[in-house]
Design a protein around this ligand. Structure first.
Ligand code: IVH
Length: 718
């Protein structure tokens, strides 16, 4: 097989696997094989860039950065929808439709109203050529590279790369003669149906589970939490670094098809066809014969919608036939053929019976409201988040108040207000603790931060316990058999003080240990629920084996397991790749740390401070003695030469010849060093397209020489 054929095959095969996995939930290869094939393709594309396909799956992982998004005009304006809130409003809408259609028969299509960010995607000859935000409806931002990272957005519809036939597939480079059949087929659009140019629109969103995952990770390393999935999605789509976007697994439900050609007669046909072509069409839509049918759809989804992977705040009702849609037309802002119905926020009222203050790994204290259990959207609610002291003040809530709880997109409901009419003499002000509820240490509140912290990092039991939980998690040392109360018991029995002590546990110490836990998790009604944790022979064996095995966890996991503030998984990986060993990191100065890609002053400071602490150093030495991996593979960039030796660089903007990663690699490969900010120490600022004005200004002020991409390339050739 020629490289050209292999590239075609890999492109098709990987796109097919992606489609199967993300849209049909069928996993035909394991992750490892997938990654290997992807790496093979990336390598081949590097060698033979002329054979790279525009729909190559390697374009999904990001890597491009842009300082500013280009503005694009929408071929068809992106309108909004009128809102309705009641059955009467809906009947009014239906009457207007009836009148507008002069007694013709008509049907509706009902869909859920997804709570995310409106996206537009343009396809030319089956290829995704542009992705844009709504903007002001007339023009939006070109965020094609960010949209490419969404695994359920097909990069090509219609013919697949290796299936021959069409000449338009890759312009000049089309390889009509290449015909590979590996049996994998993404449903093809009959060419007759697929217009040369069309647009699909949909709602981009961050799945709830992904939102929770990101926040858990952020909480774990001490980063402020994302407020809600919608804002998180919108913020992610606006990121300039598509590599960072790719890490957050965004998704998109497609709900409209637009083209100059008349491809379909009804909206229903378009939904069915788009699904067949490989678009992610939520299968929650339904055809309704009349407005009564619509009401049934509304009722049917009122609670069921909470089982969906994203927040929904209502439904959208659309006249099915396109000719009737055209007949009804538009007002200045919205179509006359469609309307949205907003559900009333599902709320309940109940009594606030207490507050539990939770202490996290980094010492932050979070108040959780304990409630008299109440039924809300099909589940019993006993707790609600209160965020911090500011939130309690903002709500003006007192103990034993009747409060309103609402379920939004998030899983934990929130308190949205106080029913003042039902306040009784019993109500009492909430006195925010001044000392740690767990260890009694006076709390501190840092300048500009909403949270209170317990500074007793080492002695405070929940902090100690969550540090263990951090240490044993899968992405760290992977000793998860120690979860669910077992750590708590080991600490209680005085067998371990720091995670390093795990490595000297013996089966004699563990066998027969038993502890009864009183579950204080729920509201007061749950107090007294008992849970017994006991260490039988099998359990002990499993635990000790897992501890022993953890010694083989790679260095980057060990670094992450240490629990250095702001050093999450990704940062640990970057530090490990760059320095290659614990000793090198321990010795690194702030300046040296700043040279690591994506490492800013906050992380650098935190790392230096952590290793400067004797207590932490002892901990690290214990882990070394235990035999953990303190060395990894330093990802040495293959040396190309010394043309840039001793020189420091920083870049801004985008470049024609390099992605951000390639540019960084070339600098390092030629002996240069990357700095993370502009200072007198910087030798060159490489300025690309759409360069950041603040960097350029600062470089001018400090007289740092600025060079363009061509000059940089010329430097390499010396
Ligand atoms: S159709 C003419 N269908 O709601 C507008 N929109 O207020 C046609 N949305 O910006 C839009 N789910 O972002 C449509 N099933 C759905 C939707 C939906 C959510 C959003 C969309 C739009 C806004 C309109």
């Amino acid at each position: 097989m020629t490289p050209q054929e292999r590239i075609a095959e890999l492109t098709d095969r990987l796109n097919y696997y992606t489609h199967q996995y993300y849209q049909n939930s069928v996993s035909e290869v394991d992750d490892f094989t997938f990654d290997q094939l992807l790496a093979e393709l990336a390598e081949l594309e590097k060698q033979y860039p002329e054979f790279r396909y525009p729909e190559s799956p390697t374009t999904r992982v990001g890597g491009t950065i842009s300082k500013e998004f280009a503005t694009v005009y929408h071929r068809f304006p992106m309108l909004s929808l009128g809102n309705t809130y009641s059955e009467e409003d809906l009947i009014e809408f239906d009457k207007r439709v009836q009148k507008g259609l002069n007694g013709q028969a008509y049907e509706y299509i009902c869909e859920l109203k997804f709570d995310g960010v409106a996206l537009s995607m343009t396809y030319e000859n089956g290829l995704l050529v542009q992705g844009a935000t709504r903007g002001d409806g007339i023009r939006g931002d070109d965020i094609t590279n960010n949209i490419r990272t969404i695994r359920t957005v097909p990069l090509r519809v219609g013919q697949v790369a290796g299936s021959g036939e069409q000449g338009a597939r890759n312009g000049e480079k089309s390889k009509g003669q290449v015909a590979i059949d590996f049996g994998a087929e993404i449903p093809l659009a009959p060419s007759s149906e697929l217009p040369a140019l069309f647009e699909v629109r949909g709602e981009g969103f961050l799945p709830l589970a992904e939102f929770e995952r990101i926040n858990k990770e952020r909480e774990d390393i001490g980063e402020p939490l994302l407020a809600n999935p919608r804002n998180a999605a919108s913020g992610t789509f606006k990121q300039q670094d598509s590599g960072a976007v790719a890490k957050r697994r965004l998704d998109c439900y497609v709900y409209s098809f637009l083209s100059d050609q008349e491809v379909f007669k009804t909206h229903e046909e378009s939904l069915i066809a788009m699904k067949q072509w490989g678009f992610n069409v939520s299968q929650t839509w339904q055809k309704c014969a009349d407005i009564q049918d619509v009401m049934r759809y509304i009722n049917q989804w009122e609670e069921k919608r909470f089982t969906l992977p994203l927040g929904t705040d209502g439904i959208v009702i659309k006249v099915n036939r396109y000719d009737q849609q055209r007949e009804l037309g538009y007002t200045a802002k919205s179509p006359r053929w469609a309307i949205s119905f907003k559900y009333k926020a599902l709320a309940a009222s109940t009594v606030l019976t207490g507050i539990r203050y939770q202490v996290g790994r980094t010492g932050s204290v979070t108040p959780v409201a304990l409630l008299t259990p109440v039924l809300l959207a099909g589940t019993t609610v006993k707790r609600a988040s209160l965020h911090n002291a500011n939130e309690i003040e903002r709500l003006g809530v007192r103990l034993y108040d009747t409060v309103f709880v609402e379920k939004g997109g998030e899983i934990i409901p929130k308190i949205t207000g106080v029913d003042l009419n039902r306040r009784t003499d019993q109500s009492q002000p909430i006195i925010y603790p001044t000392t740690c509820p767990a260890c009694g240490t006076p709390l501190i509140r840092k300048e500009g931060e909403a949270n209170h912290y317990c500074p007793n990092e080492r002695g405070c039991p929940p902090q100690r316990q969550t540090r263990f939980e951090h240490f044993i998690q899968r992405r760290a040392m992977n000793i998860e058999s120690l979860g669910e109360g077992k750590i708590e018991m080991l600490i209680d029995k005085g067998l371990v003080e720091t995670p390093a002590d795990l490595y000297s546990l013996t089966s004699e110490q563990l066998l027969g240990l038993e502890k009864v836990f009183l579950d204080r998790d729920g509201g007061p009604e749950e107090i007294g629920k008992k849970r017994v944790v006991s260490f039988r022979e099998k359990t002990v064996e499993n635990i000790l084996t897992a501890i022993e095995r953890s010694k083989a966890q790679p260095f980057q996991n060990v670094l992450f397991a240490l629990g250095i503030r702001y050093v999450g998984n990704t940062t640990a990986e970057k530090l490990a790749d760059y320095f290659g060993s614990m000793d090198a990191i321990m010795k690194a100065s702030q300046e040296e740390l700043l040279a690591v890609p994506d490492t800013g002053p906050r992380i650098a400071e935190s790392v230096v401070a952590w290793f400067a602490d004797d207590y932490n150093r002892v901990f690290v030495e214990q882990l070394r003695t235990a035999g953990l991996q303190f060395e990894g593979e330093k990802k040495v960039v293959e040396r190309e030469g010394d043309a840039l030796a001793g020189k420091t660089f920083l870049y801004t903007g985008t470049f024609a010849n390099f992605s951000r990663e390639e540019l960084e690699n070339r600098i390092e490969a030629n002996g240069g060093r990357l700095l993370s900010g502009i200072s007198k120490k910087l030798n060159y600022l490489i300025v690309g397209e759409n360069a950041g004005p603040s960097k350029v200004d600062k470089a001018q002020k400090l007289n740092v020489p600025m060079i363009g991409e061509d000059e940089f390339l010329a430097m390499l050739e010396v």
